[in-house]
Ligand binder design. Structure first.
Ligand SMILES: Cc1cc2nc3c(=O)[nH]c(=O)nc-3n(C[C@H](O)[C@H](O)[C@H](O)COP(=O)(O)OP(=O)(O)OC[C@H]3O[C@@H](n4cnc5c(N)ncnc54)[C@H](O)[C@@H]3O)c2cc1C
Length: 185
């Protein structure tokens, strides 16, 4: 894959990265945006799209996803190129003073400047396992431990018909069936 030569690479397609496209666009500077999420909008789109926001100048109230949609509309004329679902894992200055930026998809950018709009950091999926037990008091088993290790799980929820919630290890928790739906939301 040959290098992508561009004026600017923006790391992060959250609200700051998106507005950066607008600011650069006004100066006639084009940019490529990279985000590990499969969607644009950063925390607003990923963590709280339905929440109202009350502190945006000139907008008394605005939904978080609405803010992202408005930013996307605002930058449309500048035709940015998005590289979503890719994490920037390499960033170095080249011998000619420009920058080399590499992503997990194997893309390499040759950029005149790099804007780091990475917010709270790169969003990563959490790997959650669910085990269903019929016992009244599930305990840790070798199969749960093996699943944690083999599947590199961040968390395991053991669902059972009882009423108490308790931890088996730091990563493994026993949850009553009735609590599970709320827990996974
Ligand atoms: C529950 C909640 C409610 C909030 N409510 C409000 C509110 O009402 N008003 C308000 O003003 N603020 C609010 N905030 C804060 C606001 O969401 C953040 O300040 C804002 O999202 C920051 O924008 P950003 O573009 O700097 O970063 P982010 O939104 O964090 O976006 C950064 C993006 O960069 C990407 N990224 C980082 N590193 C890499 C990498 N190496 N490669 C690829 N991609 C990368 C991430 O995946 C992410 O998508 C709230 C936050 C939360 C969690």
């Amino acid at each position: 894959m040959s290098d992508i030569t561009t004026d600017v690479v923006i790391i992060g397609a959250g609200p700051c990265g998106l507005f950066q496209i607008f600011e650069l666009g006004l100066l006639g500077i084009s940019a490529h945006l990279v985000d590990s999420l499969p969607i644009a909008g950063g925390q607003c789109a990923e963590l709280y799209p339905e929440k109202p926001i009350y502190d945006i100048p000139a907008l008394p109230v605005c939904g978080a996803q609405e803010l992202v949609d408005r930013l996307m509309k605002q930058i449309e004329p500048f035709k940015p190129t998005f590289h979503l679902g890719e994490e920037v894992v390499e960033f170095a200055r080249r011998d000619d003073g420009r920058f080399r930026v590499g992503t997990t998809a194997g893309k390499v950018f040759n950029a005149g400047a790099v804007v780091i709009a990475a917010g709270v950091g790169s969003f990563q999926p959490r790997r959650i396992g669910v085990e269903v037990k019929y016992s009244d008091a599930p305990a840790m088993t070798p199969s749960i431990a093996a699943a944690c290790a083999d599947l590199k799980l961040d968390r395991v929820i053991v669902v059972y018909p009882g009423t108490k919630r308790y931890a088996l290890t730091r990563k493994v928790e026993v949850l009553p069936l009735r609590d599970v739906i709320g827990e996974l939301q």
